[in-house]
Ligand binder design. Structure first.
Ligand code: C5P
Length: 305
């Protein structure tokens, strides 16, 4: 039997619930970073936007009663398996107080370690899906708390595909805003994984231009042609490939931006010939780099209102 639970299509069969959902990547249209705080995290203001580049997540829940919480995650291509997803769903089941078996399979499309938020998105999407399938017993604030404990940008992805938000604090305080119009970007990932902690560690806050005062100021900066990412210098210093891609796209007349802490570089496209030209530029700068066109996404029409 197939039914819809809070917008998720669920197949119920022989005591199992099964759903397939998409976990979107994100782009930071603004990433303004301040000084490190006492807890070691940097205060920041960022505008995050989902893309139509997605991982596919299959969730199976065994409804037969079980004494134990049993979460099995398969994520081919993710070094060490997807521990964020496992930790998140285990914590969810502990808080609900239910012993069930959950199987999750993740088919990766979003590069790992690319600054596109793939791991965080998988964790938030799995958390949201398992929660909805079990009848949504927790308050939203509890889901946000679990998400924030997994990583600073995990709460954003609880909003789901087609979302735009201004995030503050260490990135976990989310204000959802009007979606930006759909627009294509070329993503170039040089297959070199970048450590978020290392890039933040190398960031020099004395060169920061200060944090925008409020969400409106952040959105004005996010709409500017020249996108601001305060981590760009540290990301370029950490990776010669990121540096080469940034230089090559700019020399070719583009306005490239480092995605999060890298190592993906994104450049907006105005036309199909732009796409062909920038793909050539990227391949010359970093032979063999992963290339994909992704669109910023507005919500699906049946999600609005
Ligand atoms: O929150 P998350 O686990 O994704 O952060 C990874 C690392 O990035 C942190 O351990 C910290 O070194 C750095 N970070 C930071 N300031 C932030 C977010 C992340 O310094 N606002």
């Amino acid at each position: 039997m197939t039914r819809r639970v809070n917008g998720i299509e669920v197949v119920e069969q022989e005591g199992t619930l099964r759903a397939t959902v998409l976990a979107p990547a994100k782009l930071n249209l603004l990433l303004a970073v301040g000084a490190p705080r006492e807890d070691g995290y940097h205060e920041l203001v960022t505008v995050m936007q989902t893309l139509d580049l997605t991982d596919r997540i299959d969730v199976d829940i065994d409804l037969w009663e079980s004494d134990a919480i049993d979460v099995l995650v398969e994520a081919p291509g993710v070094p060490g398996g997807d521990t964020l997803v496992t930790r998140g769903v285990e914590e969810l089941l502990r808080r609900i107080g239910t012993g069930v078996r959950v199987w999750i399979t993740i088919e990766k499309e979003i590069p790992v370690g690319g600054g596109l938020g793939g791991g965080s998105s998988d964790a938030a999407t799995a958390l949201r899906t398992v929660h909805e399938l079990l009848g949504a017993p927790l308050e939203e604030a509890q889901l946000v708390e679990i998400a924030a404990s997994l990583g600073s940008d995990v709460p954003f992805f609880l909003l789901g595909p087609g979302s735009t938000a201004v995030a503050t604090g260490r990135g976990e305080l989310i204000e959802q805003v009007e979606p930006v119009p759909p627009r294509p970007w070329l993503l170039a990932f040089p297959n070199t994984h970048q450590s978020t902690a290392a890039v933040y560690g190398a960031y020099d806050p004395t060169v920061s231009r200060g944090l925008p005062a409020d969400a409106d100021a952040a959105l004005r900066l996010a709409r500017a042609r020249d996108k601001r990412n305060d981590l760009a210098a540290a990301a370029r210093a950490a990776s010669p490939e990121v540096d080469r891609l940034m230089t090559a796209f700019a020399d070719a007349g583009g306005e490239p931006v480092v995605c999060g802490s890298g190592a993906t570089v994104a450049v907006p496209l105005a036309s199909h010939s732009d796409r062909v030209a920038f793909e050539g530029v990227a391949t010359t700068a970093v032979p063999g780099c992963w290339l994909r066109v992704a669109w910023t996404t507005a919500p699906a029409t049946d999600d609005i209102g």
